[in-house]
Design a protein around this ligand. Structure first.
Ligand SMILES: Cc1ncc(COP(=O)(O)O)c(C=O)c1O
Length: 304
């Protein structure tokens, strides 16, 4: 990854290389943290962060759900994000806030562990590759199931839970795929290792509900709104593995992945094997909204 000069940590901007943590930090051992992934885009009015407040609100809610003390509110965190983008003279970039427990306790009861907060930003291009964005990616259904909602809080981006995503992603890549698709414990589709899934069949778009174990993605909610406003029918419903194989089109959404077409799942070609019309429309609408080209969605952008 490409480094920058500064990271915001515990209330101040410090040098990138000084933003380190102790090896006995609670979160390092037990995954006691929550994080966010946010993107800023270049617009004609300068860099703007896509749905910044909503991301920070999700972080604050996630920290509360996991009972992680957070000494800052969403307003202070949005200010920190702006500061870190400005100080590093970044335009389009990825922003990573994280709240985690530091030192002070080594037992599973985290009482006494010091809460730490950081907001970093750096340039990060297409998460699943430029070619993937253009031509679509190859996906494999994982042998790892998405952690069940009775075992963690799927709607919060808890650091510990991501070991499940890492296992799935490692397996997918080892099998020659670009990304993994995880089923939940009931065998329905949950989501990608870091993306929400959308399928298109006979002109209707379907995506798994959050009850299926998918994160309530800010990108997916934006894409649903954009497509609905464009006259497309979208259903949030349980989907099976065969729904994927029979889809005319499939795509992933996520802050990192944006709208990434899927051209193959488990070595079966999806549709024609290239991004279909609704996928392309979703990509176009999302990128136009994110870069300030659609007046109706300007309220999603927060200028740096
Ligand atoms: C597991 C998982 N699902 C879905 C998403 C997409 O969510 P969002 O669009 O809010 O980035 C992410 C990324 O944040 C994720 O990590």
């Amino acid at each position: 990854m490409e480094s920058v000069k500064y990271i915001w940590m515990d209330g101040e901007l410090i040098a990138w290389e000084d933003a380190t943590v102790h090896v006995l930090s609670h979160a390092l051992h037990y995954g006691t943290g929550v994080f966010e992934g946010i993107r800023a885009y270049d617009t004609e009015d300068g860099p703007a962060v896509f749905r910044l407040t909503e991301h920070m609100q999700r972080l604050v809610r996630g920290a509360a759900a996991y009972q992680l003390p957070l000494p800052y509110g969403a307003d202070e965190l949005t200010k920190a994000a702006r500061e870190v983008v400005t100080a590093n003279e970044l335009g389009a970039c990825y922003i990573r806030p994280i709240v985690f427990l530091g030192t002070g306790s080594m037992g599973l009861n985290p009482a006494g562990a010091e809460p730490r907060v950081a907001v970093a930003a750096w340039r990060w291009g297409a998460y699943l590759g430029d070619e993937g964005l253009q031509k679509g990616i190859r996906v494999g259904v994982s042998s790892w199931r998405r952690i069940h909602q009775s075992m963690f809080i799927p709607d919060a981006k808890g650091t510990g839970g991501y070991i499940n995503s890492v296992l799935a992603r490692l397996e997918a890549n080892a099998n020659g795929f670009d990304e993994a698709l995880l089923l939940n414990m009931d065998g329905y589709i949950a989501e990608g290792s870091g993306e929400n899934l959308f399928l298109v069949r006979d002109g209707i778009v379907r995506t798994p509900p959050t009850q299926a174990g998918a994160l309530n993605g800010i990108t997916s909610q934006s894409v649903i709104e954009l497509l609905r406003d464009d006259g497309v029918t979208i259903e949030e419903t349980n989907l099976t593995r065969s729904d994927v194989y029979y889809a005319d089109e499939a795509f992933f959404t996520g802050t990192a992945a944006e709208v990434t077409p899927i051209r193959e799942v488990d070595r079966r070609t999806i549709g024609t094997g290239s991004p279909g019309p609704i996928t392309k429309r979703a990509q176009e609408l999302f990128m136009s909204a994110a870069t300030g080209k659609l007046d109706a969605y300007r309220h999603w952008l927060e200028l740096v």
